[in-house]
Design a binder for this molecule. Structure first.
Ligand code: NAP
Length: 451
């Protein structure tokens, strides 16, 4: 009997974990992983902070999956644009969408579109060397002395930390040279993290907060009086302990200062055509478990503002999309139509399934759940019987020549080489043209598996 053939759209952690669950199952399955980019690994490559190499090392495990005999990587193919979902459906017994959540939520306050205001999504993509953002550096007001980052999650903390770090602290990262230069020469002196609720509600994690304690030339300011004495939840208690240490920490000759502002709700961004100048915020407090405005309004000077208040997914081709929830509607990973019933052969995994939450590893269980349902649905059905060659022919007829896994290995080797030349582990290639040129030099035939 022919193996089943499954397409996975998106090669970030959720897509690769879905692939792993498929090829490790006791059902015979071949998987083609599509990605819009010529490079795999999604947010591990373009979202995990460049100064967090330990988290990035998860790539080693993801790579083992891409190297399995039954798996092919088809990069530089935009599913839903270059090839329709219905077209894919002709060749695959099922399609799993693991396209993540790539858009930043908005604040919905006046002044949000002033020059100098940006989303963390764009800023992170730029400093991570994402090819869609290679030329974006000039749009960030990095000459500002005072920068505000809005949000109390780990992305806000990543952004604040990278803005507050010295050039020496950033020098070892894999950021493209032009990004490093721009960050290293920024005028930033004060970074303000604005959190609409209290320290006990913050979604930062203690490990990331404690990392700040290690930065020798970064001063930290935090009102210790706002810290509750203790918390029953061990994660909150660990955060409070870290905040308490940050509040009393003495830094002599700090080059930059990170200020935590709790109970501060953004209400308006002030400025003019030249750019943002200040954030107006209202102090909040908790009364009988409900967070309420106090009426006290203050202004915080800001020449650059980064909003980091969560992500949402974007629609994929003609698949149903829930605008309110910002993800694809599904029932335990089975994509559902307007009548709430599953659409045959269409599945989701990761952030586009459950929303932007959890750490990288959370996607493993999430993807395994989807794959369990997918395999149960396939059980007893004959495979469609399309071969890898059938897929390649159909793509070629549409003028699509994917970057293969070997093509990605060439890009990888070039980045490592460029890094070595600069005394770093890796230097990312940030532009489409070079990625495509190097990715295609290995021969853009999908070479791995011809089953
Ligand atoms: P997040 O953890 O959901 O945090 C979003 C923050 O935005 C919350 O503090 C939220 O406050 C705040 N917020 C929402 N709407 C707001 C508004 N209108 N005004 C002011 N504040 C507002 O999201 P994230 O930081 O984007 O992170 C996404 C996921 O990636 C999380 O699971 C995160 O842990 C993970 N991640 C992990 C790491 C790591 O492990 N190192 C690094 C980066 C990201 P409320 O709580 O009051 O709603």
């Amino acid at each position: 009997m022919n193996p089943y053939r499954v397409a996975v759209v998106g090669s970030g952690p959720a897509g690769v974990y879905a692939t792993e669950a498929l090829v490790r199952s006791d059902v015979e399955v071949s998987v083609d992983i599509y990605d819009r980019l010529p490079t795999p690994y999604g947010l591990v490559r373009y979202g995990v902070a460049p100064d967090h190499p330990r988290i990035k090392s998860i790539i080693v495990a993801l790579q083992r999956v891409l190297e399995r005999e039954q798996v092919r990587f088809l990069g530089d193919v935009n599913v839903g644009v270059d090839v329709s979902i219905d077209d894919l459906g002709e060749f695959y017994d099922a399609v799993v969408f693991a396209t993540g959540a790539s858009a930043g939520r908005r604040l919905a306050i006046p002044g949000e579109d002033l020059p100098g205001v940006c989303s963390a999504t764009d800023f992170v993509a730029w400093y991570s060397g994402h090819p869609d953002h290679a030329g974006a550096g000039e749009s960030f007001a990095l000459d500002a002395e005072s920068v505000v980052v809005i949000g109390a999650g780990n992305v806000a903390l990543d952004v604040a930390r990278l803005l507050a770090k010295s050039a020496a602290d950033l020098a070892h990262t894999d950021m493209p040279p032009h990004v490093l230069e721009r960050l290293a020469s920024s005028g930033v002196r004060d970074v303000h993290l604005v959190c609409r609720r209290g320290p006990e509600h913050a979604k930062f994690t203690a490990k990331e907060l404690r990392e700040l304690l290690e930065l020798e030339d970064l001063a930290t300011r935090l009102d210790a009086d706002l810290l509750p004495a203790d918390a029953a939840d061990p994660m909150v208690a660990a955060n409070l302990k870290a905040f308490a240490e940050l509040a009393v920490r003495e830094v002599v000759n700090g080059q930059r200062t990170l200020h935590f502002h709790f109970w501060s709700r953004p209400i308006e961004l002030l400025g003019d055509g030249d750019g943002v100048a200040a954030l107006r915020l209202e102090r909040m407090r908790e009364v009988e478990g409900v967070v309420r405005p106090t009426g006290e309004v203050v202004e915080l000077e800001a020449g650059m503002v980064v909003r980091s208040v969560g992500y949402h997914s974007t629609p994929v081709g003609t698949l149903p999309f829930d605008e309110g929830l910002g993800r694809i509607p599904n029932d335990e990973g089975r994509v559902t139509g307007p009548d709430g019933r599953p659409i045959e052969g269409r599945y989701v995994a990761g952030w586009v399934k459950r929303g932007p939450s959890g750490v990288v590893g959370t996607n493993r269980a999430c993807a395994a759940g989807t794959v369990a349902g997918l395999l149960a649905d396939l059980a007893g059905r004959p495979a469609r019987g399309a071969s890898a060659a059938d897929v390649d022919r159909a793509l070629a007829e549409r003028g699509i020549v994917p970057v293969t896994y070997d093509g990605w290995l060439s890009i990888d080797a070039e980045e490592l080489d460029r890094g070595r030349g600069l005394g770093r582990v890796r230097t990312k290639i940030p532009d489409w043209e070079t990625l495509r040129r190097i990715g295609s030099a290995a021969g853009r035939e999908p070479v791995q598996n011809t089953a």
